[in-house]
Write a protein that binds this ligand. Structure first.
Ligand SMILES: NC(=O)C1=CN([C@@H]2O[C@H](COP(=O)(O)OP(=O)(O)OC[C@H]3O[C@@H](n4cnc5c(N)ncnc54)[C@H](O)[C@@H]3O)[C@@H](O)[C@H]2O)C=CC1
Ligand SMILES: O=C(O)C(=O)Cc1ccc(O)cc1
Length: 378
């Protein structure tokens, strides 16, 4: 069905089209300037993400927008989207190579998803990169002989075994892993190699468009002075480093990952068993429901074995899942006994426990929901 229009409306729409074209020209000019910034950052080895500059710039533009009768949130949204575009294009210029003296970079499992992303980042930074895949072990001693860094990025369930089967590495070679759990791989690396060792956990999947603002957890192993260059290199790629002990990391992952994956897994399983009609649910969906469904569906678009490994690698995750089930049971009992007061009381207790975070999350999620709604086309 044709959308309604009128001559007066069409005239105004022509003007809007013209204004949009002008906007495109301004955008082009801005992108060209940003490209120049990218070249300078590349030459000088500056991180693609500059948090202070970003915060200052947003604050100024918000104030200017307000004085012009434009919503500060509108200009902030537009600028954030444009900055994201800039981070992606700055990445394509390449990055400064922080350690020019380093021997080759060898990524074990570099043909895989996360390994492939790191291969790309090292190559964009001018390093000489080699990959060892499952059937390449005959070449491994030759490839590893002049390695300056070995990055292990293989499935969790074979990580310790792969580390143990490494031939002796050059004494100064840095051994690093990217595994989603940290205690066992770190211990295996410290055992297998007497040189510098570092545990990393990139808290993002291989589909990120740039590392800007992404978090990489750093679990120190041995010889930080020998791997500080890598931490600096990752910062140049745009990521934020978060240092943690391996035990602290693994415990946090029981909630940040295992529990989230488990609940999404059960949610998906439940929808299937209830014969839910996703098409129909989407027609009825509020933005929050759509976003929730997207997060659940996203899990099932990925590799089952990664998520199985994350859950199975930590027996404590199962204990936590059991506690979670108990809480479901307790909550259901409240409902089944018609105890509305009890429900409200528990709700208030939890809200109280969330404290200021509840407000903060409401604000953050409002932005996400607006974006989810904006990107709706059906
Ligand atoms: N995919 C993700 O979103 C993230 C993955 N990680 C971690 O990255 C690591 C790799 O995960 P993905 O890239 O997702 O898996 P993947 O399955 O895509 O890649 C693993 C690669 O290792 C190779 N491989 C398997 N056994 C090998 C062996 N014995 N020798 C050499 N290569 C071998 C496979 O052929 C494959 O190319 C895991 O430790 C995972 O926990 C960490 C953060 C995010
Ligand atoms: O992209 C997603 O949905 C992820 O959950 C990515 C992811 C997977 C495994 C990790 O250890 C860290 C991040």
């Amino acid at each position: 069905m044709a959308e309604p229009s009128s001559a007066a409306l069409n005239q105004l729409r022509d003007k809007i089209d013209q204004a949009d074209k002008e906007l495109l020209e301004v955008l082009r000019r801005r992108l060209d300037l940003v490209a120049e910034v990218g070249t300078i950052k590349h030459a000088e080895g500056l991180p693609i993400y500059a948090p202070k500059r970003e915060a200052n710039m947003l604050a100024k533009r918000r104030a200017e927008a307000e004085s012009m009768g434009i919503s500060p949130q509108l200009i902030e949204d537009l600028l954030r989207r444009m900055m994201r575009e800039s981070y992606v294009s700055e990445k394509d210029v390449g990055f400064k190579r922080i350690n020019p003296e380093l021997g080759s970079v060898v990524v074990i499992g570099g043909g895989g998803k996360l390994g492939g992303l790191f291969v790309h980042l090292f190559q964009l930074s001018g390093y000489d990169v080699h990959i060892i895949e499952q059937h390449d072990w005959d070449n491994a001693p030759a490839l590893l002989a002049d390695a300056g860094i070995v990055v292990v990025s293989v499935p969790i369930d074979v990580t310790e075994q792969v580390i143990a089967q490494l031939p002796p590495l050059p004494k100064e070679c840095l051994l690093v892993d990217l595994t989603s759990i940290k205690q066992a791989p770190l211990a295996a690396m410290l055992k297998a190699h007497s040189g510098p060792v570092l545990g990393l956990h990139p808290m993002f999947g291989p589909d990120v468009s740039s590392l800007a603002k992404q978090v990489v957890v750093v679990c120190h192993g041995r010889g930080q002075e020998k791997y500080q260059w890598l931490l600096d290199q990752i910062t140049i790629w745009g990521a934020r480093l978060h240092e943690a002990a391996a035990t602290e990391h693994d415990q946090a992952m029981q909630l940040v990952q295992a529990m989230r994956h488990f609940t999404a897994f059960v949610y998906g399983m439940h929808l299937k068993r209830e014969h839910a009609d996703i098409e129909q649910l989407l027609q009825f969906s509020s933005p929050i429901y759509r976003l929730e469904l997207a997060m659940v569906g996203r899990l099932f678009a990925q590799d089952a074995s990664l998520y199985a490994d994350i859950i199975f690698s930590q027996p404590d995750s199962l204990v936590r899942a059991r506690h979670y089930l108990d809480r479901y049971q307790q909550a259901l009992e409240l409902l089944e006994s018609g105890d509305k007061q009890g429900f409200n009381k528990t709700f208030a207790d939890v809200a109280d426990w969330f404290g200021d975070f509840a407000q903060q999350f409401q604000h953050e999620s409002a932005n996400m929901l607006m974006m989810a709604n904006d990107s709706r086309s059906n």
